[in-house]
Design a protein around this ligand. Structure first.
Ligand code: GDP
Ligand code: IMO
Ligand code: MG
Length: 428
């Protein structure tokens, strides 16, 4: 198939960055495209032991000859994007992919961050202003790159929105001190500078991405899409309200790019166990020594916020749910190496609610809080598998573990991560 999308199946941090970086190497993909989320994402790429963390830049950015697209569904903090590019250029110079930003992208403004700071706590958000910014997108009062063609027009838009948001923060949220921190002149000057720094970079362009992607398709080129967050964090299909504010499932690709890929292979990324940052239900969560072990061996600390990630057993009902919502064609399992040395492993294959067995993941939070996972226990393996590159060379128990996931969630596992590096991958 010509095009592919890589997306998360659980609660994020499955290793999407690594899989995107690996696939982006293929010649057929000339561009790598983010379509939703913002700098709440943290995608890690490790090449030759060197670690890169990307928040807004697509994970194909290390390939000089490609184009990385930030689609209209992504919300952009222009200061963060400038810092990210600068940090990257300090390490690789201009030898990174060309960057194309949709002029339709909405801007994360300082009031979005302030509001997230006031109301995001109970959801455990990343405090990057994501929810409040998407609120404004849908309330039709957002500010876009498009509005920054002239400083005058941009200044007027800031003036309007600032007046409203000062009232919101000062009166509705009862935080007049925080409202007073917002200074119109300072905001206009700084944002104007950040946006113009992007425009001045000869490897960056702000333009119509839909048009551009359509031209690439017409030429027969392949496009690789990169989801941020994951299926259970999707605002429509996730564990609402403990979700992010965008469509992290496959549908987000269409609205977030203004492009219809003719042939699309959908690749779901599954961590070999489950993690979650932030609050919300997590039925297979562990709080014992196994959780500690997963966190330490798997370095389960947030790429964006550094928060320790909650850890638990693999849940095949979640993967099955993600298969249906996204129409998964194949699955990439990551971090199988982290499970080495755990004597017995458990995989949730169903739920029990009120004595009844449920074969599907109960996405209703009320139900989920009462539901008890039904586990299948299997043997673990002792061996270090980080050097294995062929499925047949994995310990038998590791192969059985993968087969159990395939059977219980009706997916086909085509890639298996055995270490963080680009090449630490088994391709079946
Ligand atoms: P993303 O948000 O889905 O891109 O995932 P993150 O980058 O936030 O978190 C995944 C973490 O796991 C990163 O530290 C990766 O370097 C690491 N990682 C990815 N794949 C593997 C793997 O197969 N084995 C190990 N040990 N680490 C991996
Ligand atoms: P990647 O792309 C894991 C979580 C937050 C919080 C909830 C809402 O690296 O997988 P938000 O700031 O989006 O309003 O927070 O979503 N969250 C993520 N968790 N990985 C992510 O991204 C996440 N992006 C948001 O922790 O629970
Ligand atoms: Mg991440």
């Amino acid at each position: 198939m010509n095009h592919a999308v890589v997306l998360g199946t659980q609660w994020g941090d499955e290793g999407k960055g690594k899989i995107v970086d690996f696939l982006a190497r293929q010649k057929r993909f000339t561009s790598v495209v983010r379509y939703q989320g913002g700098n709440n994402a943290g995608h890690t790429v490790v090449v030759g032991g060197e670690r890169f963390a990307f928040h807004l830049l697509p994970s194909g950015i290390l390939y000089k000859q490609k184009t990385c697209v930030i689609g209209n569904g992504v919300i952009v903090d222009p200061k963060v994007l400038n810092f990210e590019i600068r940090r990257l250029e300090k390490r690789v110079g201009k030898k990174h992919a060309r960057i194309l930003i949709s002029e339709k992208c909405h801007l994360i403004m300082p009031w979005h961050q302030i509001i997230d700071g006031i109301i995001g706590g109970k959801l455990g958000t990343t405090q990057r202003g994501i929810g409040p910014c998407y609120t404004d997108v849908n309330a039709r009062r957002g500010i876009r790159f498009m509005d920054a063609k002239s400083k005058k027009v941009f200044g007027l838009r800031v003036k309007e929105e600032l007046a409203w948001n000062k009232k919101l923060i000062g009166l509705a949220y009862g935080q007049p001190k925080l409202a007073r921190r917002l200074n119109e002149a300072k905001i206009v000057t700084s944002y104007w500078r950040w946006i113009n720094l992007l425009k001045a970079n000869r490897r960056v362009e702000i333009d119509d991405c839909s048009e551009w992607l359509n031209r690439r398709q017409a030429k027969g080129e392949g496009i690789l899409f990169e989801g941020a967050q994951a299926t259970l964090l999707d605002v429509a299909h996730g564990t609402y309200p403990f979700v992010t504010s965008s469509n992290a499932t496959v549908g987000g690709l269409y609205t977030g790019t203004g492009f219809r890929p003719r042939q699309l292979s959908v690749v779901g990324v599954v961590k070999a166990y489950t993690t979650r940052v932030g609050t919300g239900p997590f039925p297979t969560e562990l709080t014992d020594a196994v959780a500690e072990r997963l966190r330490e061996v798997g370095h389960e600390y947030g790429t964006t916020t550094g928060r320790p990630r909650r850890c638990g057993w693999l849940d095949a009902t979640i993967v099955n749910y993600a298969r249906k919502i996204n129409g998964l064609d194949s699955v990439a399992v990551t971090k199988l190496d982290v499970l080495s040395g755990i004597e017995k492993l458990k995989v949730a294959v169903a739920y029990k609610v009120d004595g009844k067995t449920l074969n599907t993941f109960p996405v209703d939070v009320e139900l989920l809080n009462q539901a008890k996972p039904v586990y299948r226990q299997v043997a673990g393996w002792e061996e270090d598998i980080t050097r294995v590159r062929k499925f047949s060379q994995l310990p038998r128990a590791a192969r059985e573990y993968i087969k159990l996931l395939e059977a219980a969630s009706e997916v086909k596992v085509t890639m298996i991560g055995v270490g963080p590096n680009r090449n630490e991958l088994i391709v079946r």
